[in-house]
Write a protein that binds this ligand. Structure first.
Ligand code: FAD
Length: 327
């Protein structure tokens, strides 16, 4: 069995910010991620010659600490400002009228910073944690393929329902983790060979089946004519188990309504992705959860108020807690 000091489950914002901080503090770290690369829900998919941000669309930086960190990534060319023309369709929710701070995107894709953070770290991709138990002062982790790894400290950063499944319903943290509900999001990705004569570049849609439209190719560092349409949480929940074909059939007419220039144009790419756990409806307000007896920290956007900045903060708070532990 392989042994490591700190195992981090998940190579998204929370996992990689935790792993970077622990590594910088001299801890031996191993990141275990079930997907083929870093990013998590801040994902970039490459398909049919297109590169699409089909998860997080952009992010904001509100705290001084994150603003400072973002500036360092900006200096490295990993982050740029995105200032699209945005249409608002339907009645605004109460808080949507406030213009947020600057919108930021990873370049060339939303996973750019995550790839950068992961590079110097020991990461195992395609490693799906299937079972875990704390025994004799060590975490024994087992992958879906049957590989075992032992760790003294463990940081879990999977979405709340997946974390609950891993820790089990009788764990001391189970009630808090189990209280978080996460809504799904069906995402339509569309690519064209030639440019469309279409404005605006993004839309908040506050009624009907979709909630967001963006011309992905108009973000800095992207070139192709590609679009992202996200279904609302309500629609996605109601169609959670629908087939990809049925979802494309339902969302395509909505896309054409919002992007009339696409009428009569045959897309080179038209596909969907289902995020089963996209956003927490009721995120906790605690940065992270800890079980000191088991040297376990649980982190993620759903602990720290949703969104990328929350995930980053959550991972770092979990790492800071672990580094403060003498053992
Ligand atoms: C469609 C969509 C749109 C969004 N739009 C925005 C936006 O515009 N702005 C914004 O700020 N945020 C947005 N978000 C939210 C943002 O993506 C998240 O807040 C952030 O990416 C969460 O990071 P995380 O590290 O907490 O979790 P994740 O990114 O989910 O990372 C968890 C990682 O753990 C891995 N994992 C899970 N279980 C296991 C296991 N058993 N074994 C191994 N690995 C495992 C997963 O594969 C994943 O990589 C959006 C999310 C979605 C889905």
């Amino acid at each position: 069995m392989n042994r490591v000091e700190c195992a981090i489950i998940g190579a998204g914002w929370a996992g990689l910010s935790a792993a970077s901080m622990l590594s910088a503090c001299g801890r031996e770290v191993l990141v275990l991620e079930k997907a083929r690369g870093a990013g998590g829900r801040s994902a970039t998919r490459r398909q049919a010659g297109f590169s699409l941000d089909h998860g997080a669309q952009y992010f904001t930086a509100r705290s001084d600490a994150f603003v400072q960190q973002v500036q360092a990534w900006r200096d490295l060319g990993l982050v740029q400002s995105w200032d699209p023309s945005i249409e608002v369709i339907g009645d605004r929710p109460d808080d949507a009228g406030q213009r947020p701070s600057e919108r930021l995107v990873g370049t060339p894709g939303m996973n750019a910073v995550l790839g950068y953070l992961a590079r110097p770290l020991a990461c195992r991709y395609g490693w799906h944690l299937a079972a875990m138990q704390y025994k004799d002062g060590q975490w024994q982790l087992e992958s879906a393929a049957g590989e075992r790894i032992e760790a003294k400290h463990l940081v879990l950063t999977a979405p709340a329902p997946q974390t609950l499944q891993l820790i089990g319903k009788t764990h001391p943290l189970a009630d808090r983790v189990g209280a978080v509900r996460m809504a799904p999001c069906w995402t339509l990705m569309v690519g064209f060979d030639r440019r469309l004569d279409q404005a605006p570049e993004a839309a908040f849609v506050n009624s009907g089946p979709v909630s967001w439209l963006a011309r992905n190719g108009a973000k800095p560092g992207r070139q192709e004519e590609s679009w992202i349409l996200q279904a609302s949480g309500k629609w996605s929940s109601a169609h959670l188990e629908a087939s990809p074909e049925a979802v494309i059939e339902a969302l395509w007419p909505v896309f054409l309504e919002l992007v009339p220039a696409a009428h009569g144009r045959r897309p080179a790419l038209k596909t969907v992705h289902r995020w089963r756990y996209a956003h927490a409806d009721n995120p906790l307000d605690c940065d992270f959860l800890a079980c000191a007896d088991q040297r376990l920290a649980v982190a993620g956007d759903w602990c720290a108020g949703n969104r990328i900045e929350g995930a980053w903060r959550s991972g770092r708070a979990a790492a800071a807690w672990l580094t403060q532990r003498a053992d």
